[in-house]
Design a protein around this ligand. Structure first.
Ligand code: CTP
Ligand code: MG
Length: 381
């Protein structure tokens, strides 16, 4: 029976990518890189099993990454070693399929046609790898000044998957005692002939921080873009100041509410919850709960911001309109932008604060209350 396992190595630390978590768990378009890599392998029906090799410290990150994947072809993960080859060998020891496709967890954009080519290739050649002929001019640098031309016609750069008969590559790994650059080298060291198969330009390996932004551009067409709106009103009553977007403004009246009644910040918070489709501020922080009595509204906004991060989204733009006859808002818009920027982590020039009167009409016109509305635009990380 033809059985093919995709062994996805994802136990590296991603030191060159220098992100806060290992690069394979970094999100692109709201999804972890490793999730995209697994999904790309699941695209092909000939793949009968997928095993990820992960680092012992990443168990929780991995669980979260695969939580949405219900395909039973995804087997439990195995643990990696200190080197990529050790991680591969640990994985090879866990599987019994006839063929194995060894693939980097950090290559999320493996196209289905390239995957088909390597699957066909391994059944024909027993050992093959995806790669691309070099198209750029190649120069060998002898020292900082002397360049020598290199004949590029026969040069290929290797990608993954690299595909083998499982037993054969396992034996090759067991015999190998040098640090090898990839599994092609290990196979060749064991005397196995390995055939190059045409890969794909988009099958990049995320290595450096710039690769993360390049990857985002590649996937841009699938970007999640969301717009949410929020609206809030608070009554004016006795007092001598109001708080709007976290800024205290001396006034002849105060806003009445359970918290600090920061109507503008509430509208912004609700706009974000709206874009997330996660209810509203009242559901997250019920006014019946004494815990929220008199609290500063930045607690609510900070919660909405952290939910964005958890959902793999970032706030790209905020627009808030405050509707009142008085106080005058214009002298405070800059402080409001600075405060919102500090809380949300977005740039000041992506935060708009506007104000309008309602021409003395309605409850805002009669100075009975202040209303605010806001729009939040969220994009995938
Ligand atoms: N890998 C692994 N086990 C290791 C080292 C690497 O499973 N001990 C995996 C990585 O997770 C990655 C693939 O091998 O998917 C290719 O390696 P590389 O791009 O070098 O990733 P890292 O080793 O994580 O990155 P760096 O070398 O920058 O630390
Ligand atoms: Mg490495």
């Amino acid at each position: 029976m033809k059985t093919i396992t995709a062994l996805i190595v994802a136990a590296g630390r991603g030191t060159r990518a220098a992100s806060d978590i290992p690069k394979q768990y970094h999100k692109i378009a709201g999804k972890p890189i490793l999730y995209l890599t697994i999904k790309a392998c699941l695209e092909h029906n000939d793949i009968s099993q997928i095993v990820c090799i992960i680092h012992k410290d990443d168990v929780d990150l991995y669980k979260e990454t695969v939580s949405e994947i219900k395909d039973t072809r995804l087997s439990p993960p195995a643990f990696g070693g200190d080197t990529r080859s050790q991680s591969v060998l640990n994985g090879l020891n866990e599987i019994s399929s006839k063929f194995v496709l060894i693939h980097d967890g950090a290559r999320p954009f493996l196209p289905k046609d390239a995957l088909s080519r390597i699957i066909e290739g391994v059944q024909k050649h027993d050992a093959c790898f995806l790669g691309l002929p070099i198209v750029d001019a190649i120069w060998k640098m002898s020292d900082n000044r002397t360049l020598e031309p290199v004949e590029r016609e026969k040069l290929w750069r290797a990608q993954t998957p690299q595909a083998f008969v499982t037993k054969t590559i396992r034996n090759a790994h067991l015999k190998n005692n040098n640090s090898a650059i990839d599994d092609v080298e290990i196979a060749r060291n064991a005397g196995i002939t390995v055939t190059p198969i045409l890969g794909a330009e988009e099958n990049i390996k995320i290595t450096w921080p710039t690769d993360l932004s390049f990857a985002r551009r590649l996937i841009g067409k699938n970007m999640d873009i969301r717009v949410g709106n929020g609206y809030d009103v608070h009554a004016l009553g006795k007092g001598d100041f109001v708080v709007l977007n976290g800024i205290k403004i001396i006034h002849s009246q105060a806003l009445i509410g359970h918290s600090d009644a920061d109507v503008a910040m509430h509208a912004i918070t609700d706009a974000i919850f709206g874009a997330l489709c996660e209810g509203d501020i009242g559901q997250w922080f019920p006014p019946t709960d004494v815990k929220w009595k008199g609290v500063s509204s930045d607690i609510f906004l900070r919660k909405a911001v952290s939910r964005c991060r958890e959902r793999g989204l970032k706030i790209n733009h905020l627009d808030c309109t405050i509707i009142c006859e008085s106080p005058k808002i214009a002298p405070y818009t800059k402080s409001m932008q600075e405060n919102l920027s500090q809380i949300t982590g977005i740039k000041i020039n992506s935060i708009s604060i506007k104000a309008t009167t309602s021409e003395q009409l309605g409850f805002t016109g009669r100075n009975e209350g202040i209303a605010a509305q806001a729009t939040a635009t969220l994009i995938s990380l």
